[in-house]
Ligand binder design. Structure first.
Ligand SMILES: Cc1cc2nc3c(=O)[nH]c(=O)nc-3n(C[C@H](O)[C@H](O)[C@H](O)COP(=O)(O)OP(=O)(O)OC[C@H]3O[C@@H](n4cnc5c(N)ncnc54)[C@H](O)[C@@H]3O)c2cc1C
Length: 311
């Protein structure tokens, strides 16, 4: 076992997720830089342990039986700024909180991520899932992303190489670990920045009073005029916003708002959220997810895709 890194055993992962759900990790380690990350990966390899990367834990559902491997919490938090008065380049580690970048850039009059005010989590997590809100997403400010690949090679990928899509990127599949990112922000009038911040703050104000992992499902992306869902359900045309139909509405139409299993409930105020009323198990959440997927499939004939990730 390493002398420099603190590999802890049987750590409760519920304490590291916003859902406050999940069993223990056999090993847990927090890493502050790439050397520590590599040491953690060598530990996993030498002990034949699977590993997973934990950012802010705000988009995760951890199994009740926990994780029989090594959880690696990204705590690399360096930020460098290059500001030329018109644009501001931020080179930040993956473990930096998205909120910190938003506050800092907005304060200096730079725009690019203020829509994300209130989204919990790290830059690494935001890039992995291409976090977004108000029709915008993090890919818009990404210039490049530096990763550690499976062979422990460090490489820098251009924005195009990141394969960003709606709540997706290559990192969801690639097993590459995001080390840092270069983000580009543009100078704007303070009033313009303030207006978007206020919109985001309004969304935060309606924030739920219970633990959750944000939206459970991706919204439904309309597939143009030939879309089968709209052919069969023309009443949904008026629900299209930015090319998508909110699945919260669809879940609501299936009569599932407020549906409860154990300590988990489909939130009455927004049916795309599942909340932990206290003591919820991952299996309670899974039961609600299955119920919602089946109901939507039966009523609308579409498959819903999860936005949250399972551990
Ligand atoms: C109240 C609330 C509101 C939310 N609102 C929004 C919203 O408006 N829009 C939105 O998009 N999301 C929202 N979310 C979901 C969540 O906050 C975001 O998806 C966030 O970007 C996840 O970041 P994280 O650091 O917490 O990632 P985690 O949950 O820790 O991880 C998510 C995934 O990213 C991977 N990952 C994390 N860091 C790295 C890394 N360095 N390298 C490689 N992979 C990595 C993890 O392995 C995991 O697969 C909300 C969540 C909550 C609880």
């Amino acid at each position: 076992m390493s002398k420099s890194l603190n590999f802890q055993e049987n750590i409760n992962l519920a304490d590291y997720t916003t859902f406050r759900i999940g069993g223990t990790a056999r090993y847990f380690v927090a890493v502050k830089n790439k050397e520590e990350l590599m040491e953690a990966l060598r530990f996993a390899k030498n002990n034949s342990l699977p590993f997973f990367i934990l950012g802010g834990g705000s988009n995760l559902l951890v199994s009740d039986s926990g994780f029989n491997g090594l959880a690696i919490k990204m705590q690399n938090e360096s930020i460098k700024m290059q500001d030329d008065g018109k644009k501001c380049k931020i080179i930040c580690d993956a473990g930096v909180l998205l909120g910190k970048i938003i506050i800092e850039t907005s304060r200096l009059g730079y725009s690019g991520a203020e829509w994300g005010f209130g989204i919990p989590g790290t830059i690494g997590g935001a890039i992995c899932g291409n976090a977004g809100r108000l029709g915008q997403d993090i890919s818009q400010v990404v210039e490049s992303v530096t990763v550690l690949d499976e062979g422990l090679n460090i490489k820098t990928l251009s924005k195009e190489e990141c394969g960003f899509g709606y709540r997706s990127s290559r990192f969801k599949e690639s097993k590459e670990i995001i080390l840092s990112a270069s983000l580009l922000f543009i100078k704007k009038e303070p009033a313009e920045i303030e207006a978007v911040l206020n919109e985001a703050k309004a969304a935060v104000k309606q924030a739920l009073p219970f633990p959750s992992a944000g939206c459970v499902f991706k919204n439904y992306k309309v597939k143009g005029e030939s879309d089968e869902l709209l052919k069969n359900h023309p009443e949904l045309i008026e629900r299209i916003r930015g090319g998508k139909i909110g699945v919260g509405y669809l879940i609501d139409q299936c009569g599932l708002k407020g549906k409860q299993v154990g300590g988990a409930k489909i939130w009455e105020n927004h049916a795309n959220y599942i909340i932990n009323l206290g003591g919820a198990k991952a299996q309670d959440v899974m039961a609600l997810i299955k119920m919602a997927k089946e109901a939507i499939k039966n009523k609308y004939g579409i498959e819903m895709e999860e936005e949250i990730r399972y551990i």
